[in-house]
Design a protein around this ligand. Structure first.
Ligand code: PRP
Ligand code: MG
Length: 212
């Protein structure tokens, strides 16, 4: 029997709510969180637990058919990948921030500055649009520490509650984009699996309506 292959975040902010929405759709996943793959008992679905940043490439290659992923990750790494549904959870911003003590006037202040980020394409596109050139330092986590250790003048990262910025004495000065979890689709999905996707989408839409 053909199954639809879905990628969800292995660990982190999206993991729990991704499993919850599948559950609310009546899809039970046999607990396979320690394994990287699990199956559903009552829906033709296989779940792959993957690292966020790897998911766009898996979709592109058609190794998975669909994924629950942050829109911000697609904007950074998967502009070619289409979105079937916005899922309404894991809302966040991707923002530029500077030390609280810095007087900030406008985006032009970033000219020639060192910015630490895990979202280089997003920052570059944003600044290019404003005619600003900066020097990027790409790091994969704990980005907000960079100004405190003298690695950068500013950072660009996800802002959700704002508490990471606050704890590191930073202030948000530019919101580059807002994001939420989305259902993304591989450009290589087969017609047969597309039918399964439609069934899933039908259930997701009624769950989202009920959530209001
Ligand atoms: C994420 C993100 C921000 C923070 C934003 O980091 O990179 O640092 O959460 O959330 P907040 O506004 O609610 O504080 P995470 O904790 O996932 O760790 P990492 O960056 O080291 O991967
Ligand atoms: Mg972080």
């Amino acid at each position: 029997m053909t199954k639809i292959r879905i990628a969800i975040q292995k660990s982190g902010r999206l993991n729990e709510e991704s499993l919850q929405i599948l559950k609310d759709c009546g899809i039970s996943i046999d607990n396979g969180k320690d394994q990287l793959k699990a199956s559903s008992r009552n829906f033709p679905m296989e779940v792959f637990y993957l690292r966020n940043g790897d998911i766009p490439q898996y979709l592109r290659d058609g190794v998975v058919d669909i994924a629950i992923i942050g829109e911000n990750v697609l904007i950074e790494k998967g502009e070619d990948i289409s979105i079937a549904e916005k899922l309404g959870f894991s809302k966040c911003k991707v923002s530029l921030a500077v030390p609280k003590s810095v007087k900030y006037n406008s985006v032009k202040d970033f000219e020639g500055k060192r910015i630490a980020t895990s979202y280089p394409n997003t920052v570059l596109n944003y600044l290019k649009d404003k005619g600003v050139k900066a020097d990027l330092h790409i790091i994969n986590g704990s980005v907000e520490i960079a100004p405190n250790i003298g690695l950068a003048d500013a950072i660009c990262d996800i802002v959700s509650s704002g508490s990471t910025l606050f704890k590191n004495n930073l202030k948000e000065v530019e919101v580059m984009l807002t994001s939420e979890a989305v259902l993304a689709v591989s450009p290589k999905i087969t017609a047969e699996r597309k039918e399964l996707l439609e069934k899933l989408q039908f259930r997701i839409q009624s769950v989202l309506r009920a959530r209001g």
